[in-house]
Design a protein around this ligand. Structure first.
Ligand SMILES: Cc1ncc(COP(=O)(O)O)c(C=O)c1O
Length: 314
């Protein structure tokens, strides 16, 4: 299983050069940031562990990766969700289907008083302990200090790449959900990390950074989007930029996170091109390294949704 040392491709987007760190080319089950965030667990001896306890969305990429981790380590995965659509139960697909095939238990938390995480902490973990089951709790999307180990390795690869290119300064761009990947990269890089908030907006992302690191001087910069986009909803500009990138670069990005980061870059490059046309200097000429964080498994369910929407629009 390849868990490190991914190549960097060079692509052109709106006349601008962008380097892409191809973490999507890591292992199929652990592509992108899952390989980095779960590196600690993948390397660890979990023979004393019976159950991995996780939670999050029923179509999360991390659900599938956790189910494979549990299989590899010969333990059971209990994965808690707050919602499981009947349609999906009747027609399993995407990460949900893949995780079921790995033997994951997906459990709906049906509580009006407790959130999923409270339910796990107050009820599930104590009950498992009482039963003598040894459990490891992995917070949603790997948002925990354990993620730091694998992300430091990614930061080291980035530093080595910049040194080999003789770049004294670069900027690292990536879309964020829980912000874990961006935060630990920033902590271990001498370069600016710029992340856009795909889930819950800028305020939510800031809170996520603070939960992992109180020192704000170590936080990534938050890139501004042109408007508020709701996570998981379909937006035609998302699909169009995704399709444009696929066609012009031959690289497939994910449809949930990547389009927003590319829209931010598109906005920036458009302004830069206007400046150049007007004979003005652009202030930021640092090379850009974009982190491809995988997640293509999720495209299996996103693409049919977009095709339905597009046929509706025509
Ligand atoms: C494809 C992809 N990109 C970006 C992210 C966001 O990563 P993070 O939650 O570490 O900010 C995720 C979620 O883990 C993801 O699956």
């Amino acid at each position: 299983m390849q868990l490190r040392n991914t190549p960097v491709d060079e692509i052109e987007f709106l006349g601008h050069q962008v380097y892409v760190k191809r973490d999507d080319l890591l292992d199929v089950a652990f592509t992108g940031n899952k390989a980095r965030k779960f590196y600690h667990f993948l390397q660890q001896d979990l023979s004393q562990v019976d159950i991995l306890v996780g939670h999050g969305s029923v179509q999360a990429n991390s659900l599938y990766s956790l189910s494979v981790l549990a299989q590899l380590k010969q333990c059971q995965l209990y994965y808690y969700v707050d919602h499981l659509p009947q349609y999906l139960i009747d027609n399993p697909q995407g990460n949900y289907r893949a995780a079921l095939a790995q033997g994951a238990y997906i459990i709906v938390v049906d509580s009006l008083e407790l959130s999923v995480i409270e339910h796990i902490q107050q009820q599930v973990l104590p009950r498992l302990a009482e039963q003598g089951q040894r459990a490891v709790f992995i917070p949603e999307g790997g948002r925990c200090q354990y993620a730091e180990m694998g992300l430091k390795i990614l930061a080291d690869e980035i530093k080595a790449w910049a040194a080999a290119k003789s770049y004294a300064d670069i900027r690292v761009v990536l879309p964020a959900g829980t912000g874990t990947t961006a935060l630990f990269l920033q902590k271990h890089l001498p370069f600016e990390v710029q992340a856009c908030a795909c889930v819950g907006g800028d305020g939510y992302l800031k809170q996520q950074f603070l939960a992992l690191c109180v020192d704000e001087s170590l936080h990534p910069t938050i890139m501004k989007a042109d408007k508020k986009y709701h996570f998981g909803k379909l937006y035609l500009p998302f699909y169009h930029i995704w399709a444009q990138l696929k066609q012009t670069t031959n690289i497939e990005f994910d449809l949930l996170y990547d389009p927003l980061a590319w829209l931010c870059l598109q906005r920036e490059f458009t302004i830069a091109n206007e400046n150049t046309a007007a004979g003005l200097e652009n202030s930021d000429n640092r090379p850009i390294l974009y982190i491809h964080q995988g997640g293509l498994q999720g495209n299996e369910t996103m693409l049919p949704r977009y095709f339905r929407k597009l046929s509706f629009v025509k």
